[in-house]
Design a protein around this ligand. Structure first.
Ligand SMILES: O=P(O)(O)OC[C@H]1O[C@](O)(CO)[C@@H](O)[C@@H]1O
Length: 534
């Protein structure tokens, strides 16, 4: 593989460092409107718009960022990824050596798919899903008393939970009448107990989701749910379905009423548009809405192959994030959706971004030459304004913000009070916060002074629908991939989670009473908390 270069080897790297010494001052008079800045600093696509006038960038900085994209061949790398390049690898070292083909799950709407094999496999699974949903609808698939299933409980963790849960939650407004989807993820038995206490097992399908088919938490919950079913006189064999990797230990059609497959080339945190997310989404919304969701994601994938950063929203977001991270030196990123429906979306991004780009070794196994993934967090607005905005406005840490906003609510339920609707009040707060973070406010009283120059962008859509949800999901996936390319890291493996799993198995052996070497830390710690008696 030809040694790719990274950000620090770009010809404009030093120039960007110079420009970062005195970045655009958002606190100056008319800083946001000067020279048509509000209109010019925007990227527009059919479904989404990105406004970034409140970022501390200038035309000169943006020219350099375009240069970074060109020199690092970011779009070319993305094109190769979509067409099956083996990018999940570390040159010269044992690694997963896999393609990265989550985009293939939604590449169903163009003349011909850019990677036909993965799309062929994805279509097969989609056909299985359509039949499954038809059988549920038509009553062919029902419980032992002929009653329809009205509830689906997804059991999974990480990418088998966070993405699907955030999207199902985001689109609850579009849920079919009488359908409920719940999620169990933690090995904490109270997570399982709480969910099962709120549903009727006899009309519930349990969807066990694990790409590897070996994840301790999911296998434990699979067994725990089955035991609760058996005690309740419900036959698990008639109530459990599975989504797993073909050939994984969970690929056992005898043990599951239905099995859906996902593939090695699709990473867990990028798998929401595979059956990992679509079985639950289809149960909730129906197949037509699933296709709208995939169409929104597909539109973003096609658009992400545009070289001009002003015409490529995920690429612009990636580059603005690198400007804030590597040149202005900010350590974290707050993703603040002004939509309560997106209340689990930042949690999904924590995995998708931080498990992808929380790396310190390059694709060549060498120490990285610049800082990589930021700390990603966030909660919906306006709630956050009553929680952590104090720090965002007047704290010692500057935290760049990505706002998400929608012109219209999903439900339409609203009421004009004192001349404005609740949706208008939501948007007024969103826009006010953008301006306040940027421009700040002077005061004689130092405790009431707002320094401003707290950068933000706004990703905006008309309404949060299945299509725009798919677009937003794919936008962040592409942004994270572009940033990994810029830092020359492998965004697609997760070696950092293995050590904890290995050490946990030693504690489990000690808890079972297996003899560990005398005086081992496990024995000492367990004696300290006396759980060995369990
Ligand atoms: O779907 P699986 O194989 O159970 O893995 C669950 C999660 O565990 C991880 O492998 C490690 O956190 C994630 O990447 C993955 O999404």
């Amino acid at each position: 593989m030809q040694k790719t270069i990274d950000l620090s080897s770009c010809s404009v790297f030093e120039k960007l460092q110079e420009l970062a010494v005195k970045p655009y001052d958002l606190t100056e008079e008319k800083s946001l409107e000067r020279n048509g800045r509000l209109e010019r600093y925007a990227c527009r696509s059919k479904l989404l718009q990105l406004f970034f006038a409140a970022q501390r960038v200038s035309d000169e900085v943006l020219d350099c960022l375009q240069q970074v994209a060109d020199e690092l061949k970011l779009v070319e790398q993305f094109r190769k990824m979509r067409r099956g390049a083996v990018l999940n690898r570390i040159e010269g070292y044992e690694s997963e050596n896999r393609q990265v083909l989550h985009t293939g799950c939604r590449d169903m709407f163009a003349e011909s798919p850019v990677e036909p094999e993965i799309t062929r496999l994805a279509r097969l699974e989609l056909e299985k899903l359509k039949i499954f949903l038809q059988e549920l609808e038509g009553g062919q698939l029902c419980n032992s008393e002929g009653k329809p299933f009205d509830t689906l409980v997804q059991v999974g963790i990480g990418g088998s939970d966070l993405g699907p849960r955030s999207v199902v939650e985001a689109l609850k407004q579009y849920c079919r009448p009488g359908r409920t989807v719940r999620f169990i993820s933690n090995v904490d038995p109270d997570d399982c107990a709480r969910v099962l206490a709120e549903i009727s097992l006899d009309t519930t399908l349990v969807n066990i989701v694990s790409k590897s088919g070996t994840t301790l938490e999911t296998l434990a919950n699979d067994q725990l749910v089955r035991s609760v079913m058996e005690k309740a006189g419900v036959d698990p064999a008639r109530h459990c379905i599975a989504v797993t990797g073909k050939g994984s230990p969970m690929d056992n059609p005898k043990r599951y009423l239905r099995s859906f497959y996902m593939f090695d080339s699709i990473g867990g945190r990028f798998s929401t548009t595979s059956m990992v997310g679509l079985v639950a989404l289809g149960f909730a919304l129906g197949i037509a809405r699933v296709m709208e969701f995939l169409q929104g994601a597909a539109a973003v994938d096609y658009g992400a192959e545009e070289e001009d950063i002003f015409k490529n929203i995920p690429l612009m977001m990636a580059l603005l994030g690198v400007w804030n991270r590597n040149f202005l030196g900010y350590n974290s990123l707050a993703v603040l959706p002004y939509s309560q429906a997106l209340h689990r979306f930042s949690a999904h991004l924590q995995q998708c971004d931080m498990e992808s780009n929380g790396k310190s070794v390059s694709r060549y196994g060498e120490p990285v030459t610049c800082r990589t993934g930021p700390l990603v967090w966030g909660e919906p607005g306006t709630n956050g304004q009553h929680a952590f905005y104090q720090l965002l406005h007047q704290g010692t840490e500057v935290v760049p913000i990505e706002f998400l906003g929608f012109a219209k609510s999903q439900s339409g339920l609203d009421r004009r009070i004192d001349g404005t609707t609740s949706q208008e009040k939501l948007l007024a707060n969103l826009f006010a916060q953008m301006v306040a973070f940027a421009t700040g406010c002077d005061s004689e009283n130092p405790n009431r002074k707002f320094a401003g120059n707290r950068p933000s962008s706004l990703l905006f859509a008309d309404r949060l629908t299945p299509e725009t949800m798919g677009a937003i999901l794919a936008t962040y996936e592409a942004k994270i991939v572009f940033q990994g390319f810029i830092w020359n890291i492998n965004s697609f493996d997760q070696e950092g989670v293995q050590l904890g799993k290995i050490l946990a198995s030693r504690f489990l052996r000690a808890m079972k009473g297996d003899e560990l070497e005398h005086g081992s830390i496990e024995v000492k710690l367990l004696d300290l908390v006396n759980t060995r008696a369990l």
